[in-house]
Design a protein around this ligand. Structure first.
Ligand code: SF4
Length: 327
């Protein structure tokens, strides 16, 4: 499912997002992350909970200010927009939230939830607005009778469909899907993922798809970025990552994916990850995976390895794979 189009839509350059928790003390949630998102692709962002992937997605959208670095969308830095440019950017870039229960205002009807963005951007009025909402309901597998109902009248899967319709209402070309299925029953997850993939094909959407479920990420993504304690440690095509993972953390994550065939499961070796996860408040100066890595070397503790392209389109931040072991 990898697409050949390599036109860049978003450039994330040395992005940092630190949260101040008290005087001179910061949580380094995202630290020096660099990658591109290509037009029409799904870039999966994966990692354990707390690794900074959601913060990264929200900082790309400008929902959080960046501590440092840049996010260039269509040639313009998202963090230095004029109010007019910001309004235009929010029309082009949307988010689907993880929790379909808390992300919809319980006092608003479905029609008003979906119509809110249409009103803010003055896209349609009166009959046209209503027709647009009917069309969006239909697009996400709901129907026109749902327009006057309230969120509590729907199941989790239906609420996520409402969240998707809300994101689509202003016809964006980029959507951050922030763990959009992890709060749903397994039986519903595939339906929502398939809906997102169908919409991408129909509308040429670009997704940043954030998840901790590697099987899901493999299914939906063209390329995958692996995050660990605020750093991007590996980035390549989905196919290459699953065939040839290079970073020891990626190898361990992949070894933990269950295989449906019990015979193969016996043959597959799970790589345990032992040791403490470092704090993002005072992270080590070297590789943040060093405390858990069985290949750790002296250099790993002295300087943070940079994300380097070690093969065409395959980037890794690990001294095992860098020709020069020190930068
Ligand atoms: Fe392990 Fe060193 Fe590679 Fe970090 S840089 S993952 S500690 S080998």
């Amino acid at each position: 499912m990898e697409k050949t189009n390599r036109e860049t839509l978003i450039e994330v350059k040395n992005l940092k997002k630190y949260f101040k928790i008290k005087r001179n003390v910061f949580v380094q949630a995202v630290d020096d992350v660099t990658f591109d998102i290509y037009k029409g692709e799904t870039l999966g962002l994966v990692g354990e909970s707390g690794c900074g992937k959601t913060t990264c997605g929200k900082t790309i959208l400008g929902l959080y200010d960046a501590t440092d670095g840049k996010v260039i969308f269509n040639g313009i830095d998202v963090h230095s927009l004029t109010p007019e440019e910001k309004k235009d950017f929010t029309k082009k870039a949307q988010i689907i939230f993880q929790d379909p229960y808390s992300s919809l205002n319980p006092r608003m009807t479905v029609g008003d939830i979906i119509g809110e963005g249409i009103d803010i951007h003055g896209l349609y009025k009166n009959k046209e607005r209503e027709e647009k909402i009917f069309e969006l309901l239909y697009t996400v597998g709901l129907n026109r009778e749902h327009i006057n109902r309230f969120p509590h009248e729907f199941s989790g899967g239906q609420r996520q469909r409402i969240g998707i319709a809300r994101a689509l209402a202003i016809e964006p070309n980029f959507i951050v899907c922030d763990e959009p299925v992890s709060a749903l029953d397994v039986s519903i997850q595939a339906q929502i993922v398939n809906l997102l993939m169908d919409l991408q094909r129909e509308k040429g959407l670009t997704y940043l798809f954030i998840a901790h479920d590697l099987s899901m990420i493999k299914y939906i993504s063209d390329r995958v970025g692996v995050m660990y304690v605020g750093n991007l440690v590996e980035l390549t095509t989905s196919k290459e990552l699953y065939k040839n993972p290079l970073h020891p953390y990626t190898q361990a994550l992949l070894s933990a994916i269950p295989i449906p065939d019990p015979k193969m499961e016996r043959e597959k070796k799970r790589i345990p990850i032992k040791g403490e996860i470092p704090s993002t408040i005072n992270p080590p100066i070297g590789c943040r995976f060093a405390s858990r890595c069985k290949y750790v070397m002296d250099i790993c503790k002295e300087a943070m390895p940079k994300l380097v392209e070690v093969d065409k389109g395959h980037f890794v931040a690990c001294y095992l794979h860098h020709k020069e072991k020190a930068n």
